[in-house]
Ligand binder design. Structure first.
Ligand code: FES
Length: 330
C-alpha cells in the first residue's frame, strides 16, 4: 500500500478484513496516557480562532490536553506560540485572554515580551551566570488556515500545510474564502465517552439513512464516498436535486444548483479536528479528551457574511447521536 499526500490512500483488500479497535483502546487509562504523548503532543491542534488574535498585543492561553500553552500576536504583528510556563518556578504566566504589551508572571513578576523574551527578572542583578537571554518562554509551533489557528508541540511534525493537503484548495473551489469567514455560533457538548467513540462515529455515513432522515433527504446516499489520505480523510456526497413535489425550505434546505458545489464535504484531520462544508456555511468540530471516558466537543459555525442563514443543526445532531444518551449538555 502506497501512502502519499497527493492521492487517496487505498486500503485495498485489507478493507474486507477491517475490524474495530479492541475495547481496551476505549477504556484503558494507560492507552489514554500513551495517546497523550504519542498523538496529541505530536499533531496540529486547533487552539484558537484568528479573530481572537487579530490585533497587536492579543494573547490567548490555551491547552493541548493538560499542557498549558500561550498564543500571542506580537508587537511586530507576528503570531507566536509558547509553553505557558514561567522559566522561574513554572507558574502559569497568562491565565486569561487579553491585550497587553508584555506578560508579567503573577508569582514573582518576571516579565516577558510578546515574543517570549525575558525582559525583566527583578532582583536577579548580580546573579552569577544568569543571562536573561537564556530564560525566554519556550516556543512552540503555530500556524494558521483561514480562521483556524493551530499549535503543535512537536518540532519534528510535518508542516500544517502538508497535513491539510488538498483541503484548502478544495474548500476554495467550493466557493469559500476562508480568510473572510466569521464565527456565527459556538456550541459545546460534554459527552461521557472516550474521544475515539466520537471520531469513529464521524467517520462513517452508514448510520445516515436511519439516524438522520433529514440529512438523508439532502444527500445522494448511494454516491456517498470516503477517501483516505496520509493525514486526513474526506467524506463527500452530492447534494440531491429537488424531487417532484419537494419544496425548498419546507422539504429541503440544500438544493443542487447549476454552477455550485455539488458535494457536502466532511474532512477529518487526524486526530481530532473536523471541517464540514455545505453550500452556505462551514463548521468545525473539535474533539477534546477530558479523560479516558469524558470528551468535550466544540462545534463552531462560520459564514461568509453573518446572517446569510441559520446554523444547521443537522450536522451536530448527526454527529452526536452515538453519545446522545450520555451527553450532559444536550
Ligand atoms: S514563577 Fe514566574 S516569576 Fe517566579
Amino acid at each position: 500500500m502506497s501512502i502519499t499526500q497527493d492521492r487517496p490512500v487505498s486500503a485495498g483488500e485489507d478493507l474486507a478484513r477491517a475490524f474495530t479497535l479492541p475495547a481496551s483502546a476505549y477504556v484503558d487509562p494507560s492507552i489514554y496516557d500513551r495517546e497523550r504523548d504519542r498523538i496529541f503532543a505530536r499533531t496540529w491542534q486547533l487552539v484558537a480562532r484568528a479573530d481572537e488574535l487579530s490585533r497587536v498585543g492579543d494573547l490567548k492561553p490555551a491547552t493541548i490536553l493538560d499542557e498549558p500553552i500561550l498564543i500571542t500576536r506580537g508587537l511586530d504583528g507576528k503570531l507566536r506560540g509558547f509553553y505557558n510556563v514561567c522559566r522561574h518556578r513554572a507558574a502559569q504566566v497568562v491565565v486569561a485572554k487579553g491585550n497587553r504589551r508584555s506578560l508579567q508572571c503573577p508569582y514573582h513578576g518576571w516579565t516577558y515580551g510578546l515574543d517570549g523574551r525575558l525582559q525583566v527578572a527583578r532582583e536577579m542583578d548580580g546573579t552569577e551566570n544568569f543571562d536573561k537571554a537564556d530564560f525566554g518562554l519556550v516556543p512552540i509551533r503555530v500556524d494558521q488556515w483561514g480562521p483556524f489557528i493551530f499549535a503543535n508541540l512537536d518540532d519534528q511534525a510535518p508542516a500544517l500545510s502538508e497535513v491539510l493537503g488538498r483541503i484548502p484548495g478544495e474548500v476554495a473551489r467550493a466557493g469559500y474564502d476562508v480568510e473572510k469567514m466569521q464565527l456565527v455560533e459556538r456550541r459545546d457538548y460534554v459527552i461521557d465517552c472516550n474521544w475515539k467513540v466520537y471520531v469513529d462515529n464521524y467517520l462513517e455515513g452508514y448510520h445516515l439513512p436511519i439516524a438522520h432522515p433529514g440529512l438523508f433527504k439532502e444527500l445522494d446516499y448511494d454516491a456517498y464516498r470516503v477517501e483516505t489520505f496520509r493525514y486526513y480523510s474526506k467524506q463527500h456526497a452530492p447534494i440531491r436535486e429537488l424531487k417532484p413535489g419537494e419544496e425548498p425550505g419546507r422539504d429541503r434546505r440544500y438544493i443542487r444548483q447549476p454552477g455550485t458545489e455539488e458535494d457536502a464535504l466532511y474532512y477529518w484531520v487526524f486526530p481530532n479536528t473536523m471541517f464540514n462544508i455545505y453550500q452556505d456555511n462551514m463548521s468545525s468540530n473539535l474533539i477534546l479528551p477530558l479523560g479516558v471516558d469524558k470528551t468535550l466537543t466544540v462545534f463552531e459555525w462560520f459564514f461568509a457574511q453573518p446572517g446569510t442563514g441559520p446554523p444547521s443543526p443537522m450536522r451536530s445532531s448527526r454527529r452526536t447521536s452515538r453519545c446522545a444518551s450520555t451527553s450532559s449538555a444536550g
